[in-house]
Design a protein around this ligand. Structure first.
Ligand code: ZN
Length: 453
């Protein structure tokens, strides 16, 4: 047993002073007392303490190209031109390379305040589509990277079979992603034991409505995807909306809610383009909207109707998707700023007068992230894993801040550097902004980038 004494900590009902967190040998919180004093042998947090956040959407390999798609091409650049570059990268990475990139990314996510990552994993095969000797090879490499850096992991092998609505044939760049239903179900089955042994959660994803036919989706849902979270990209791009309308006469989110059994197990990634009716229906479904504000800005996707969605009681989570950003602060700041730029008003994502935008967003994505990742417990509470972060108490900005001001200073003024220490399942993984394996992780990652250059 160890105990961490915090001068201030964000518990389920708000900020408390003099908080003592006892952590058992399994890495869960066994006792929590506030308004108390430190006892001999306690560790002392070196700043304000709050739970880590869950990243609801990651394609780890894409971190290798972050920042390299910012040069204008000959035609108007869009999501679709970016995708050509991403396909090339997916075909070049070996399993070793994928593991090295994931380890680098996951160490960065820890430093940014994420204690768990939900990996939406679709690069299953070699560039020409040939399967690896072990069908789940790349999933197992991603798990190994998560274990190496000590970040919590929810894994979503992705079903991908078509290149467009109505069962269009896949193109050459998509060969590393493809499965038929039967082979995909065998992949899921093969991953159950290693992921359970590794303490990771296994769910599944359907890449998008473009990547699977209605018959394939029904076959998956009736036979394979019986437990764990289910994620899908939906309504990210205007072209996707147009194509879906041309194919079905309905918009993507509308089609998904009409035709699929969407409930609290589901997470709709992006859901950027929705009518008011779709927004209300998605909120009422109980599904999480998985938002990736930095990637959505980078790809020119659009602005999610967050104020309307939250007003209807919707649940949101944040992810870093293509990893042009890797911190909680950058994603949440952009989420709020997108709403402000659209509405030309300030403090949009608040529960009412006197509420802090930082606190409102942190509470929303703490709950939504746990739901999207299939976590039964979350936050600083007895029985939950000891997943927590310590903001830098030596920062004059934070030393002088009280209560929710701490969150607003962190998210709006300081950013990722304000995260000092990060504990996952009772073990310190980041101390004073560093991971113990930083040098080895950087060496392996640099070698991959040199090979790709
Ligand atoms: Zn994505």
């Amino acid at each position: 047993m160890m105990a961490l004494f915090c001068d201030s900590a964000l518990l389920a009902d708000g900020w408390h002073g003099g908080v003592r967190i006892e952590i058992g040998p399994q890495g869960t919180i066994t006792a929590l007392t506030s308004g108390t004093t430190a006892q001999p042998g306690d560790q002392r947090a070196k700043g304000p303490v709050l739970p880590t956040l869950t990243n609801c959407h990651s394609h780890a390999f894409q971190r290798a190209m972050a920042g390299l798609a910012e040069t204008a091409g000959s035609t108007e650049d869009s999501f679709w031109t970016w995708r050509v570059m991403m396909y090339r990268l997916a075909g070049l990475l070996t399993p070793d390379g994928m593991q090295a990139v994931a380890a680098k990314l996951y160490s960065e996510l820890l430093k940014g305040g994420f204690g768990r990552v939900t990996e939406f994993h679709y690069v299953h095969h070699q560039a020409d589509g040939t399967a690896y000797a072990t069908p789940g090879e790349t999933s197992l490499r991603i798990l190994a990277a998560a274990q190496e850096v000590g970040i919590g992991h929810t894994h979503l092998p992705v079903f991908y079979a078509q290149s467009g609505f109505g069962g269009a044939e896949p193109n050459a760049g998509q060969r590393p992603f493809l499965h038929d239903v039967e082979r995909f179900l065998r992949l899921l089955e093969s991953l159950e034991t290693p992921f359970a042994r590794g303490g990771a959660t296994l769910g599944a994803a359907i890449h998008s409505l473009r990547a699977a036919t209605p018959e394939q989706m029904q076959a998956l849902l009736s036979s394979g995807l019986t437990h764990g979270p289910i994620h899908i990209h939906v309504g990210e791009q205007e072209k996707e909306v147009e194509d879906c309308l041309a194919w079905s006469g309905r918009r993507p989110v509308e089609w998904m809610l009409d035709e699929l059994p969407v409930d609290a197990r589901w997470c709709a990634i992006h859901a950027t383009h929705m009518t008011e009716a779709e927004t209300a229906r998605l909120a009422a479904s109980g599904a999480v909207a998985g938002l990736c504000p930095a990637t959505e800005a980078n790809l020119g996707d659009g602005i999610f109707p967050a104020t309307q969605f939250l007003a209807k009681g919707g649940t949101i989570a944040i992810g870093t998707d293509s990893h042009v950003a890797t911190s909680v602060a950058e994603e949440l700041r952009l989420l709020e700023y997108g709403q402000r730029l659209r509405d030309r008003r300030r403090n949009r994502l608040v529960v009412g007068p006197g509420a802090s935008a930082g606190r409102t967003m942190i509470e929303a994505v703490l709950k939504g992230g746990a739901q999207a990742a299939g976590q039964a417990t979350f936050g600083l509470a007895v029985g939950a894993p000891a997943d927590l972060l310590v903001l830098d108490g030596a920062s004059p900005y934070l030393a002088a801040a009280q209560g929710d001001q701490i969150l607003d200073r962190w998210l709006f003024a300081l950013g990722g550097d304000a995260v000092r220490d990060v504990m996952v399942a009772g073990q310190w993984r980041i101390e004073d902004g560093r991971h113990a394996q930083d040098e080895a992780i950087d060496r392996a990652f640099a070698a991959v980038l040199r090979r790709l250059a």
